[in-house]
Design a protein around this ligand. Structure first.
Ligand code: ADP
Length: 604
């Protein structure tokens, strides 16, 4: 409340003299000819300007007499013979003294005189009460008015405060909104920058992968071909050394690219059903002969209750196992190497699988057992000199296991051996509902399938490859299989060849100038789909089945695999070309052709 304090509003109602004044006023009007004096109990005398009903000594005397009369009127005759009267009026808490100038005789002596006096006083009291009521009413109205004013002021004040708060809130919301918008824009920018950086990194990885694998393709492929020639002992040894060094370098390149991919968050894990027993057998088979040569006992134990099929990334799991078993073999001179697959937990939905690779080798000092999982870290400095290696294998295993939601650890006693453990939570697959993923053969240089058979009939192959060294290497392998071969340097040349000649198989490089392998494949599939255009292509016009197109790519990423299939290829081989794998593809195609009968080469 502003200004006047609330308590003051009622101050007017508390004025005690009002009653006496009102009473005096009425009497004054009723009997204007009379001298009137009122002596209040509170000491107030009305009127303030003396209205003399009798002499001053007479007043004191009369007052005394009136008080003593206890409410009855009293009369006193002054020396001038005039009568003065006194009466106690309780209602106004005062004594009334009056005289009537010009009137002789005692008014109280006559009964009608007393009645008249009483009547006048009663009437005056009544009037006074009414007046007071009126005053009171006015006062109340005034108070109500004041209250109303205060109330309105209060409401207005509240409203003002409310508007003020509302304005402040709106202002705050506006600031908040613009701040959020600013921060969102900033985040978006940062995100875009990060995405761009990540894209560039990814592109760099892809290019590195291509650039490094292409020469490796030549080194391994040609040293392989060289070893088939009649060579003297020394030359053979040199060629074998080149091949071994090439394969080691390829493993290293794969490791470095793998780790870079993992660290860039660019690795995509597969999640397909696979047979874990088959994967473990497959890995074990790679090491049986080296174990025998080192006279090591080689043990594989698989828990009988292991589900037949599990979901996961079969090839990455295989990579981890090859790494661990490879290390175990490398660091063990005598005794045994064992792979154990156990179950920590099994429900119908999930299996917590524990993989252990144990050896009786040199062991690892306790203080190095944690560090060996870091990249480029080996147990001690002499390891590289004695055993080779780069210290990347375990770092990759560690990252892959983590990506798969598991954990890896080691227990080892120096001079007695080491046990590497990793656990993976794997979803159980129901055999009747799934197509099983087979391990990807030939991902590793040492994993070459059994000797391929020569192709049965002269398969007509179109090799589309821009790199002359790769062209030459692939040509030699293909011709050695007794195939007829034509070569195109890019996608455009390939289409020209298909227009003129009939082929049973196209080996299509992916990355080429002018028209790349993906685009060329898409065009071929489009031509096949339209009867009119197809008639212009000697190779395509009489085919009952789509032309076999196998991609050749130095990119070994999952998305490259997907884009090969997406463009319409039937399969793909990664570079460096593993000779046995290429030969296997040729044999398979030749068999398919023999079974179907092949479209003839057009006359002329
Ligand atoms: P690399 O074997 O190429 O050096 P890894 O990352 O696979 O790289 O291993 C790192 C180091 O850990 C090895 O150099 C070796 O010192 C130690 N190590 C790994 N496995 C074993 C093992 N089974 N026995 C003894 N030491 C091992």
């Amino acid at each position: 409340m502003t200004g006047v304090e609330f308590e003051n509003v009622f101050d007017d109602l508390l004025d005690g003299d009002e009653e006496l004044k009102a009473f005096y006023q009425v009497l004054r009007e009723q009997v204007p000819q009379a001298f009137i004096q009122l002596h209040g109990d509170n000491g107030v005398v009305l009127p303030e300007v003396v209205d003399q009903p009798c002499s001053s000594e007479g007043v004191a005397q009369l007052l005394e007499k009136t008080h003593a009369a206890g409410g009855k009127p009293v009369a006193e005759q002054g020396q001038d013979g005039e009568w003065c009267y006194g009466l106690r009026v309780d209602k106004v808490s005062a004594v009334l003294l009056f005289s009537l100038p010009g009137r002789t005789g005692n008014l109280l002596a006559e009964s009608h005189g007393r009645e008249l006096l009483q009547g006048v006083i009663d009437y005056a009291l009544l009037q006074q009460e009414q007046q007071l009521l009126q005053i009171e009413n006015e006062q109340i109205y005034r108070q109500i008015g004041v209250l109303k004013q205060k109330h309105t002021a209060l409401i207005e004040d509240n409203f003002r405060q409310y508007r003020l708060i509302q304005d402040k809130e709106k202002e705050y919301a506006r600031t908040l909104e613009s701040e959020i918008a600013r921060q969102t824009a900033e985040l978006r920018n940062t995100n875009a920058r990060l995405e761009e950086a990540s894209r560039l990194q990814s592109e760099f990885l892809a290019n590195m992968s291509h650039e490094l694998r292409t020469p490796m393709n030549a080194i391994i492929g040609f040293s392989d071909l060289l070893l088939e020639l009649k060579l003297d002992k020394e030359s053979r040894e040199y060629a074998q050394t080149i091949k071994n060094a090439g394969m080691n370098l390829l493993v290293l390149i794969n490791d470095i690219l793998d780790l870079a991919k993992i660290e860039a968050g660019r690795i995509e894990l597969d999640n397909s059903p696979f047979d874990l027993r088959e994967t473990v057998d497959n890995v074990a088979n790679l090491f049986r002969i080296p174990a025998r040569e080192k006279k090591l006992t080689f043990v594989v134990e698989i828990a009988p209750e292991l589900p037949a099929l599990l979901y996961g990334d079969n090839n990455r799991l295989r990579q981890i196992l090859i790494n661990l078993v490879g290390n175990a073999m490398k660091f063990t001179a005598a005794g045994e190497v064992a792979i154990t697959i156990g179950l920590q937990d099994l429900t119908s939905e999930r299996a917590q699988v524990v993989f252990t690779v144990r050896d009786s080798g040199i062991g690892i000092p306790p203080e190095r057992q944690q560090a060996i999982f870091d990249k480029f870290t080996q147990a001690d400095g002499s390891t590289t000199r004695k055993y080779g290696g780069t210290g990347l294998g375990l770092a990759i295993c560690h990252q892959l296991v983590q990506l798969m939601g598991g954990s890896i650890s080691v227990k080892s006693v120096e001079g007695q051996g080491s046990s590497f453990y990793f656990t993976l939570p794997l979803k159980v697959a129901r055999p009747e509902t799934v197509v099983v993923a087979r391990p990807e053969q030939g991902r590793d240089a040492e994993n070459i399938p059994a000797e391929a058979q020569p192709a049965r009939s002269a398969l007509r192959v179109l090799l589309v490859e821009d790199n002359p060294v790769n062209q030459r290497l692939a040509s030699i392998i293909i011709k050695k299989q007794g195939c007829e071969l034509a070569v195109a340097g890019d996608g455009i040349e390939a289409l020209v060849q298909l227009e003129k000649h009939v082929f049973d198989l196209v080996l299509m490089d992916v990355q080429m100038p002018n028209m790349d392998g993906l685009e060329a494949t898409r065009r071929i599939r489009k031509i096949e789909a339209s009867a009119g255009t197809r008639a212009q292509y000697a190779c395509l016009r009489n085919r009952t089945k789509p032309l076999s197109i196998i991609g050749l790519t130095a990119h070994a990423r999952k998305e490259d695999e997907q884009s090969c299939y997406g463009a319409g290829m039937n399969g793909f081989l990664t570079k460096p070309i593993i000779r046995a794998r290429l030969e296997a593809v040729l044999v398979e195609e030749a068999d398919g052709c023999a079974a179907q009968g092949r479209p003839p080469e057009p006359a002329g």
